[in-house]
Ligand binder design. Structure first.
Ligand code: ZN
Length: 328
């Protein structure tokens, strides 16, 4: 275990400690009512015995409960977050988030299961909820210009699950374009200025598909786009302030300032991580894994505590709508 997680575990000796930790992060001393948004005077409801209170199931909980001074409803720091109604101790949640933010390749459900003694189904649900929280706020929000990338942006695509050139020429899964049908295509956009990455699954690399996918994330007329020689990029280059391409077919990877190397580095790490940590990611869940990697990659220069705060500040309203996992 890293020193960071030991220090954190030290801070979170009880469930009440974990609530206080999250209250500090989310509210910074001023509780916000999740029901009506009020930040006026709220009342802390101290348990009768000073420590814990009985729950509906008859067990005792150290949950810290507040009452809104305006709407009079009760809430805790978990109300309306991905943690709402969770049966997993908040302490465990916070430690798992720390792991997910700081471990270079992320953390798999299997590791969560082993390290924290939760059942497989619960571990799986926890990881998916976290990925949902890591998903960038702006994905996808085509109506807003606020969050778009601009400046110098590298665009590149890859195949998830193996490069097509590693396959035999007579592979029956190859289609006319030489792309195996069972491969998933991913487009990544990387800001050269901030290092922020936004990736998504795309159905193909045709001109209109790429144009739409990029337009959702990039303010095109204020962007210098850097790509390889793929014809689709050339076909949409007039939408951008400038377009430069390196010619990979003639082994050109850098020409002056122009390069797609950041994307190569990103893809290499993504594939290593998925192979090494998760072994298999289904097509259905790949967008969540991408969100997780984008998050870690985009914030890799930030201190651990700061990345963790980013995640936790995103937990509001990110509750996934599948049924509540049952704890082992
Ligand atoms: Zn209220």
């Amino acid at each position: 275990m890293s020193r960071g997680i030991l220090q954190l575990a030290e801070k979170l000796r009880t469930e009440a400690d974990a609530y206080r930790y999250l209250e500090d992060l989310r509210w910074n001393g001023r509780p916000i009512c999740p029901h009506c948004g009020s930040v006026r005077k709220h009342y802390f409801l101290r348990p009768a015995n000073g420590r814990n209170r009985k729950t509906r199931t008859g067990s005792r909980s150290e949950r810290r409960v507040w009452k809104c001074g305006d709407c009079r409803k009760q809430f805790s720091v978990l109300t309306g977050t991905i943690f709402h109604r969770t049966k997993v101790p908040l302490r465990v949640w916070i430690l798992v988030i720390f792991d997910a933010c700081t471990a270079k390749n992320g953390i798999s459900a299997r590791e969560v299961e082993r390290k924290y003694g939760v059942c497989p189904r619960t571990a799986w649900h926890m990881m998916h909820r976290l990925r949902e929280a890591m998903r960038q706020e702006h994905l996808p929000r085509p109506d807003s210009a606020v969050d778009l990338l601009r400046g110098t942006v590298v665009a590149d695509e890859t195949y998830f699950g193996g490069k097509p050139e590693n396959r035999h020429g007579h592979d029956p899964h190859k289609n006319r374009r030489g792309v195996p049908d069972d491969k998933i295509q991913i487009l990544s956009l990387i800001s050269r200025e901030t290092g922020e990455v936004r990736s998504r699954v795309i159905p193909n690399v045709r001109r209109e598909t790429l144009r739409q996918a990029i337009a959702e994330q990039v303010e095109m007329e204020r962007t210098h786009l850097m790509t390889d020689q793929l014809g689709s990029y050339k076909a949409i280059s007039r939408h951008f302030r400038e377009h430069s391409a390196v010619d990979h077919s003639s082994r050109e990877y850098v020409r002056g300032d122009v390069t797609t190397n950041p994307a190569e580095t990103y893809f290499a790490q993504l594939k290593r991580s998925i192979d090494g940590t998760h072994h298999h990611v289904s097509r259905e869940h790949l967008h969540r894994y991408l969100a997780e990697f984008d998050f870690r990659y985009s914030t890799c220069k930030e201190p651990d505590a700061e990345r963790m705060n980013r995640i936790i500040s995103r937990v509001t309203g990110r509750r996934l709508m599948y049924s509540q996992p049952v704890r082992a």
